[in-house]
Ligand binder design. Structure first.
Ligand SMILES: [Zn+2]
Length: 69
């Protein structure tokens, strides 16, 4: 697989995934991803992206619950 940005070689490895929202900051480690060997650009596959989105949906409702006064 080629990098979309620099045309470098993408390598299947694991990477961190950061989400910064107003109410929370999520930092995931060891997420399978393709990382460019030249510019370090990350590319996550659909399976991982979907899993992360599912996680966020749960997290958002839990955070709202927690913040309820
Ligand atoms: Zn690249």
């Amino acid at each position: 697989m080629k990098c979309l940005y620099c045309d470098g070689e993408m390598e299947k490895t694991k990477s961190s995934y950061t989400i910064n929202r107003k109410d929370y900051h999520l930092f995931l480690e060891e997420v399978p991803a393709y990382v460019c060997t030249k510019c370090k650009e990350k590319l996550f596959e659909e399976t991982e992206v979907e899993a992360i989105q599912k996680l966020i949906r749960h997290l958002e409702s839990d955070v709202r619950q927690l913040q309820r006064v």
